[in-house]
Design a binder for this molecule. Structure first.
Ligand SMILES: [Zn+2]
Length: 278
């Protein structure tokens, strides 16, 4: 059975559930755990946390998936550790990784909206939907989703890839950037590409999307065609960028990312072959 998103927390809490305890873009896992579900804590191992603060994420094979925020500075239970999102990718299967992302976004939302942004009064969570409301001035907030474009720019049989210097290992990836107020995604793409590497593009085509809820991004993938300009990295967001041929690729991102899916689709298109490596 696929994952089924749900909002209402079951009452009473189910004796068996997947508990996603989220810190700052990190999730609590058992240290010696092996393989997916077994790594998550059970409720009775979460001493010091109030299960009344739980948020329902959804049902996985009929089992409730619940999110709890871990307050900063609290002692981590013995035998457990917080694992950041890059480590999570390696330690949870794709489905649980996706649920962990949802849980993280909900926990982040709850922890950053405890007080009303307009009048400062303590807020309350609505039990029936995802909103957080202010009982004093009636302001309503929903979890924020921040759209960001990610794009593979083509020039003939080459593709533009860049190294941001932010990655733990130096690989070349597609260009990306957040939408600004009032922009269409196409306008974001044209602006970001020009800002980051100085080239002009057009013929923007939708490719696919990937949520990146650490804490609240949604990556929207496109391909685009180079029109004019030399590649000049901005030196801030981008350290190095150039056009590559599919038969002479640098190190590229891992397979689970939409960046890699964009690169793989382009390689398949120009060579008829799959990429190699993890
Ligand atoms: Zn208020």
């Amino acid at each position: 059975m696929p994952f089924l998103p749900q909002v209402v927390v079951p009452s009473p809490l189910p004796p068996v559930a997947h508990w996603f305890v989220c810190g700052e873009n990190e999730v609590l896992l058992r240290r010696e755990g092996v393989g997916g579900v077994a790594q998550l804590p059970t409720l009775d191992e979460l001493t010091g946390l109030d299960p009344a603060d739980a948020q329902m994420v959804g049902l996985l094979d009929g089992v409730s998936c619940l999110s709890l925020h871990w307050p900063r500075g609290s002692a981590v239970p013995q035998g457990f550790e917080f694992v950041g999102l890059r480590g999570l990718w390696a330690r949870l299967d794709e489905t649980l990784f996706g649920i962990a992302g949802r849980a993280n976004q909900l926990a982040h939302f709850a922890s950053t909206h405890r007080f009303c942004g307009r009048c400062g009064a303590p807020t309350t969570r609505d039990a029936a939907d995802r909103s957080i409301r202010c009982p004093a001035c009636a302001m309503v907030n929903y979890p924020r989703i921040s759209p960001a474009i990610i794009t593979l720019v083509r020039r003939g049989d080459e593709a533009l890839l860049a190294n941001s210097g932010r990655f733990p290992v130096a690989f070349f990836s597609t260009l990306a950037g957040f939408s600004e107020v009032g922009e269409s995604l196409e306008e974001t793409l044209v602006r970001e590409v020009h800002e980051e590497v100085g080239v002009r593009v057009d013929n923007v085509r939708y490719f696919g999307s990937q949520p990146w809820p650490f804490p609240h991004s949604l990556m929207i993938g496109f391909t685009a065609d180079w029109v004019s300009g030399e590649v000049v990295p901005d030196g801030k967001e981008i350290k190095e960028a150039r056009f590559f041929r599919a038969d002479a690729l640098p190190r590229i991102p891992p397979r689970a990312s939409i960046a890699r899916r964009l690169i793989d689709a382009w390689v398949k298109d120009v060579t008829g072959h799959e990429t190699s490596g993890p």
